[in-house]
Design a protein around this ligand. Structure first.
Ligand SMILES: Nc1ncnc2c1ncn2[C@@H]1O[C@H](COP(=O)(O)OP(=O)(O)OP(=O)(O)O)[C@@H](O)[C@H]1O
Length: 706
C-alpha cells in the first residue's frame, strides 16, 4: 500500500491520489498486504531505510482520515482505516529490518491481512447502516410533516361535512394532487344509509364553507364501494388561466383516447370514441370553434382515425385544417408537400349529402367485407387500426341540422341519424356540435343513447343552458362555476360530469400540427375505399373544392395584394381557375401533381361516371387540373387499373368495363396501356395471353405501396 502511495505521490503528473477511493474487504486487505510485502522485499533488497515505510504509512493514515472526515464517516470507520495504514506500515518497517522472507514475517502479514479484511467489512456494514438510517430519518420527518397537514385537512373536512350535510364521515386518506392545484379526500360514510350523492348535492355550500376561491369546487363522487365517498377539492382556479394546446404533437390512437382539454386539477381529460358519439353544446362566443379545433388536432394526431368534417357555416371549423396544405403554404421537414389535417371537408349541402351517403355505404360494405375478420377476431366490433381506420364525422352545428324543420336539412338529418344508428360496430362515429338546440336534440333517443361524451361550454352564458338535461344524474353543477371562454362541463362514460376547459389553439399551432401529422394519417382501407368510390376519391377535385378557394377576403390588402394575416387565395378563385394558366395556377398545378405523386392512390377522372367502376384505394387526388389532357374514358381506365390492385388487369377486361359508358374498344385500351407502361404509370407483368398490367402503386418492386 505504501509503495503505491509513494509511487503515485512521486509521479507529479500521474492520477490524483484518492484517499477515499473505495475498497471492498477482500480487495482492500489484499492490496494492503501485497503492497506492504512488495515494499518490504524491495526495501530490504535495496537497503532502503525502514523509517521511510513508517513515514509513508503515517501519511496514508492521515490522508484517509481527512478524506473520511470530509465524507462524514463515523469515528470508528476513521479509526479502523487509519489503523490499517499504521499496522501495515509498522509491519513493513519491522520486516525490512528483520527480513521479510521469514515464516514469522509471512505469518504475521497473513494475520494482518485477515484482520484488515474483517475490520473493513465491519466498517463498511456500519457505514451502510448509518446511511440507511439517515435516509429513513429524513423520510420520517417528511412523512410526519405531511401527515400533520393531512390530519389537519381531514379534521377540517370531517367538521365541514358534519356542519353542511349533517353526515359524520371518517376520513380514510387525503391525497394531494401532483399538479399542486388541490387534493382528494377518501372518506367512509356512517352506517345508517348515508349516500355519497347527499354530499355531492351540497357541493356549492361545501365550497362556500371552505372559502374556496372563485372557480374552485368541492365535488363528491362515489368511492371504492357504496359506503365510501371521494371529495375532490380544487384550491387553484386553473379554468381562469388561458392554457395553449400542449406542444407535444406525438401520435395518439382511438384506443388510447384523445385529450379534449383539462379538468380543474389540471389533468387532461380523454375521450374514448370507439363506440361513443359526442355532443358539444356552446352558445356563440363560448369557445366552441376553438374546442372543435382542439378536437380536430387530437384526431389529426391519431394514427387510426380519419376525420370527415361537415361545416355548412362557411367552413370555419374545417378550413384552417385544409387551406394551408391545399395552398402549399406549409411543407414537411423533408420539404415534401403535406396532406390536409382532415381527410374530407364538406362545406356545402351537396357535399355534405355525398359525405353522409358515402359513410353509410362504407359502414354497410365494412359489415360485409370484414365478416371473416370479425369471425377470426371473435368480435362484432370491427377491430380499428391504422389499416382499418375509424372515421370520425365532425358535424359543426349538427344538432341544429337535426332540429331543423327545413326540408333539405331534414334530409341531412336523416342521414346523420342513419350513420349514428348503423355504423357503431363498423367504426364510424360522430361529433355533433350545437349552439343550444339541446332540448329537441336530447329528446332524440338515438342521441341520448349513442352520444354519451358530452360537453357544455358555458363561457359565462347562463341563458338556455340546461345542465341537468346534458348530464342527467349529475348534481351540483352550476353554469356560474365556469364563467370563462372555453370553459364548461364535460362528462364521458369513464369520467362523470365536472368542470373542464379546452386548450386555446391558434392558427400557427394548427399549421404545425398539419405538418407534424401529415405522414401519420391512415389511408382508407380498400374495402371502404371501394364502397366510397369516386365520390370519395374525387373529394379534392377543383370543382368540389372551389368553394374553399372562392372566398373574398374582407381585410385590407397589404402591399403585395395579400390581405393582412390572411391566406393568399386570390389566385385560386373560381373565375381565375377557368382562365388560362397564370403563374399561380401553374404553381398550384405543380403542387397538386407533387402531392399526388407523394400520397395519391386515387384515380383522377374529372367527369364523374355514376355507374363507372369504383377506384381501388383512397388517398389525395388533388390533380384535377392535370386531367385536362386525359379523356374521361382514359381516366376511368386508369381507375380500373388502380382498382385491379396487385393482381392487375388486361386490355380486354378494361375495354369490356368501359364499353357501355364510353364505347371504348380494346385497341384503344391497348394504346393507353402501352403509353402508361412507357411513362411508368403502369407495369406489364407476364407475356402473351398471360400479360397483365399493374398500376405502379401496386407494382411488386414498389416497396411500401399496396
Ligand atoms: N380555451 C380557451 N381559452 C381561452 N380563451 C378562449 C378559449 N376558447 C375561446 N377563447 C376566446 O373566446 C373567443 C371566441 O372563441 P370561439 O370563436 O371559439 O367561440 P365560438 O363559440 O365558436 O364563437 P362563434 O360561434 O361566434 O364563432 C376566442 O377568440 C378567444 O379569445
Amino acid at each position: 500500500m505504501s509503495s503505491t502511495a509513494t509511487a503515485k505521490q512521486a509521479a507529479g503528473s500521474g492520477p490524483v491520489l484518492d484517499w477515499a477511493a473505495g475498497h471492498g474487504p477482500v480487495t482492500g486487505a489484499l492490496s494492503a498486504t501485497t503492497g506492504a510485502f512488495a515494499v518490504a522485499t524491495t526495501g530490504a533488497a535495496t537497503t532502503m531505510p525502514p523509517g521511510w515505510a513508517l513515514a509513508v504509512g503515517t501519511a496514508g493514515a492521515l490522508g484517509h482520515t481527512i478524506a473520511g472526515l470530509r465524507v462524514r464517516n463515523a469515528g470508528r470507520t476513521l479509526a479502523a482505516r487509519a489503523g490499517s495504514w499504521l499496522v501495515g506500515a509498522g509491519w513493513t518497517t519491522w520486516a525490512m529490518t528483520h527480513g521479510p522472507l521469514t515464516w514469522a514475517a509471512l505469518g504475521s502479514l497473513a494475520t494482518i491481512g485477515v484482520g484488515i479484511g474483517a475490520a473493513t467489512r465491519s466498517t463498511n456494514l456500519y457505514e451502510e447502516a448509518r446511511e440507511e438510517e439517515a435516509l429513513a430519518a429524513e423520510q420520517r420527518a417528511i412523512a410526519a410533516e405531511l401527515s400533520a397537514e393531512r390530519r389537519a385537512i381531514a379534521a377540517e373536512w370531517v367538521d365541514r361535512i358534519q356542519r353542511v350535510c349533517s353526515i359524520s364521515v371518517r376520513v380514510v386518506g387525503v391525497e394531494r394532487w401532483e399538479t399542486g392545484t388541490g387534493y382528494s379526500i377518501d372518506a367512509e360514510l356512517p352506517p345508517g344509509g348515508a349516500t355519497w350523492n347527499k354530499i355531492a348535492a351540497e357541493s356549492a355550500r361545501l365550497s362556500a364553507d371552505a372559502r374556496l376561491p372563485h372557480g374552485c369546487t368541492a365535488t363528491a363522487s362515489p368511492g371504492i364501494h357504496q359506503g365510501r365517498v371521494i371529495v375532490d377539492v380544487t384550491t387553484v382556479n386553473v379554468l381562469e388561466e388561458e392554457r395553449t394546446y400542449p406542444a407535444d404533437y406525438g401520435p395518439l390512437s382511438l384506443h388510447t383516447g384523445i385529450p379534449w382539454g383539462y379538468r380543474t386539477n389540471a389533468e387532461e381529460i380523454r375521450t374514448y370514441l370507439r363506440e361513443q358519439c359526442a355532443l358539444i353544446v356552446g352558445p356563440t362566443g363560448s369557445g366552441k370553434t376553438n374546442l372543435v379545433h382542439s378536437i380536430l388536432a387530437g384526431f389529426a394526431r391519431a394514427e387510426d382515425m380519419l376525420t370527415w368534417v361537415i361545416d355548412l357555416n362557411a367552413g370555419s371549423a374545417g378550413l384552417p385544417w385544409v387551406l394551408p396544405a391545399l395552398n402549399g403554404e406549409i411543407q414537411a421537414e423533408d420539404g415534401k408537400p403535406v396532406r390536409p389535417g382532415v381527410d374530407w371537408l364538406a362545406g356545402t349541402f351537396d357535399e355534405a349529402v355525398t359525405m353522409l351517403e358515402t359513410a353509410v355505404k362504407v359502414a354497410k360494405q365494412r359489415k360485409m367485407g370484414y365478416q371473416d375478420l370479425l369471425a377470426k377476431a371473435n368480435t362484432d366490433l370491427l377491430p380499428i387500426s391504422a389499416k382499418i381506420p375509424q372515421i370520425m364525422l365532425v358535424i359543426d352545428e349538427g344538432a341544429e341540422i337535426l332540429a331543423s324543420p327545413d326540408r333539405q336539412m331534414r334530409k341531412l338529418a336523416e342521414r346523420i341519424l342513419e350513420v349514428i344508428r348503423i355504423a357503431r360496430a363498423m367504426g364510424i362515429r360522430t361529433v355533433l356540435t350545437a349552439l343550444g338546440a339541446t332540448g329537441s336534440v336530447l329528446s332524440n333517443l338515438m342521441i341520448r343513447r349513442e352520444a354519451k361524451v358530452r360537453v357544455a361550454l358555458t363561457g359565462g352564458e347562463t341563458e338556455g343552458m340546461d345542465l341537468s338535461k346534458m348530464f342527467p344524474g349529475s348534481r351540483g353543477l352550476r353554469v356560474d362555476q365556469a364563467p370563462y371562454k372555453g370553459a364548461g362541463f364535460m362528462g364521458t362514460p369513464e369520467s362523470s360530469a365536472a368542470l373542464f376547459k379546452a386548450w386555446r389553439i391558434l392558427p400557427d399551432q394548427i399549421r404545425e400540427i398539419i405538418a407534424a401529422t401529415s405522414d401519420r394519417h391512415p389511408v382508407l382501407d380498400e374495402v371502404s375505399a371501394k364502397a366510397a368510390g369516386p365520390a370519395y376519391a374525387r373529394r379534392w377535385d377543383a370543382d368540389r373544392t372551389a368553394w374553399m378557394l372562392d372566398r373574398t377576403p374582407a381585410e385590407e390588402p397589404t402591399d403585395n395584394g395579400t390581405p393582412a394575416g390572411a391566406l393568399n387565395l386570390s389566385a385560386l378563385r373560381q373565375e381565375r381557375l377557368a382562365e388560362k394558366a397564370s403563374p399561380e395556377d401553374e404553381m398550384l398545378r405543380r403542387f397538386r401533381e407533387q402531392i399526388d405523386a407523394e400520397f395519391g392512390t386515387a384515380p383522377d377522372p374529372r367527369t364523374p361516371a355514376p355507374d363507372g367502376p369504383p377506384p381501388a384505394a383512397a388517398g389525395l387526388n388533388l390533380s384535377a387540373l392535370r386531367g385536362e389532357q386525359d379523356s374521361p374514358a382514359q381516366q376511368d381506365a386508369l381507375a380500373l387499373l388502380l382498382a385491379a390492385g396487385r393482381e392487375g388487369t388486361g386490355a380486354s377486361a378494361i375495354a369490356r368495363a368501359l364499353a357501355n359508358a364510353h364505347g371504348t374498344n380494346r385497341q384503344t385500351v391497348v394504346g393507353w396501356l402501352k403509353t402508361w407502361v412507357q411513362d411508368g404509370t403502369a407495369v406489364r407483368i407476364g407475356e402473351g395471353t398471360k400479360a397483365r398490367y399493374v398500376h405502379r402503386h401496386h407494382a411488386p418492386e414498389q416497396p411500401g405501396e399496396d
